[in-house]
Design a binder for this molecule. Structure first.
Ligand code: ACO
Length: 319
């Protein structure tokens, strides 16, 4: 029997404050119509002053653990994907560990920007498959609005804050994470990066993006990695019950659905309400569709994401 990582709980947390496109249009030269047409985004959640990535992450994790019917003490691994850590160090995962009252196992951050959750899931899955962990919390959490340039309408309208988490538990059978597929290509640096950091400027910096370039890569690389995941499992796209894509842009999401012949009913979309929450977007969408009963045990789900690096990946999961 194959040892796999079964998703036994999901959880999410969104900050209370909602900022609509019209709210942004009062601050900068943009319109609700432009944002909706180009991206599908209607609104985004924005963390309150003093509300940090670790706070969002801990709240999502508590919900995921409650849904799994597990206690924090059961967790022996925390992998947190974030681009917006509370501090340069220590890892935000260790802050979440302390907030949850966990005192054993390992906790660390993974940095793969918007692909972060898929990367974190792959890392935790490999720990579990290797027998080095039994119960893992995998979190994507961001306060991405803190690294935006509010004078750049080309990026400021695209992002939001939030957190999502899943609990993985070692199990033997045909359900669980079937495979993960990660890629990166550092030549894509200039397409999407933050112009600062501890080693370069000593300042945090803000997001810089060549939108058209990112769009072009997203469509081709996501299609490739989804196909790779299907091929690795000897599956055809007809066997996909749900696509849970990174929520960057409605046009990229629709492009993936069309490419694989998936009807709109099989694609989980939250970008309209959450905008792009970077590493949090996939687990937020997954939690929504598990929570409202769309995604059910035994179904085949594809998770995919791409972001700065460039870094991208996909996971095929039997829930
Ligand atoms: N409101 C109004 N006008 C705007 C805005 C705005 N918020 N932003 C840009 N414009 C203007 C530009 O100035 C430009 O005007 P001009 O023609 O007078 O020069 C015009 O709109 C077109 O700008 P483009 O950048 O060419 O617009 P495009 O059609 O490429 O859409 C977008 C931009 C939405 C960013 C698109 O390129 C995109 O979605 N790219 C993918 C990027 C992405 O999703 N990034 C997220 C992070 S990476 C990831 O998660 C995958």
């Amino acid at each position: 029997m194959t040892r796999r990582s079964l998703i036994v709980g999901t959880g999410a947390y969104l900050p209370a404050k909602v900022v609509t496109n019209d709210d942004l249009a009062r601050q900068m030269d943009t319109t609700d119509e432009w944002i909706q047409q180009r991206t599908g985004i209607r609104q985004r959640h924005v963390a309150a002053e003093g509300e940090l990535t670790s706070h969002l992450a801990a709240k999502a994790s508590e919900k995921a653990l409650a849904q799994a019917g597990l206690k924090a003490a059961d967790v022996d691994l925390i992998v947190l994907a974030t681009t917006t850590p509370d501090e340069t160090f220590p890892a935000t995962a260790t802050r979440v560990q302390a907030m949850l009252g966990i005192t054993r196992g390992a906790a660390f951050d993974v940095q793969a920007v918007c692909a972060g959750f898929v990367y974190a899931l792959a890392v935790a899955d490999n720990f579990i498959k290797a027998g080095q962990a039994e119960t893992a919390l995998v979190i994507g959490a961001e306060t991405f609005t803190r690294i935006l340039d509010w004078n750049d309408r080309g990026t400021a309208v695209l992002f939001g804050d939030g957190a999502g988490a899943v609990v993985l538990k070692a199990a033997y059978g045909d359900r669980g994470v079937l495979s993960t597929h990660l890629h990166s290509d550092g030549r894509g640096h200039d397409a999407l990066y933050v112009d600062g950091g501890p080693s370069s400027t000593g300042k945090v910096g803000v997001v810089k993006m060549q939108g058209k370039e990112v769009f072009r890569h997203a469509v081709s690389k996501l299609a490739q990695v989804i196909q790779e995941a299907l091929d690795a499992n000897g599956m055809k796209s007809e066997q996909i019950d749900w696509l849970v894509p990174h929520q960057a842009n409605r046009r990229i999401i629709d492009g993936m659905a069309d490419k694989f012949g998936l009807s709109k009913e099989k694609v989980v979309v939250t970008v309209d309400r959450h905008a792009n929450t970077s590493a949090a977007s996939v687990p937020l969408a997954l939690d929504e569709a598990v929570g409202d009963g769309r995604i059910r045990p035994g179904q085949v789900v594809v998770l995919e994401a791409i972001g700065g690096g460039l870094a991208w990946g996909a996971a095929l999961v039997r829930m």
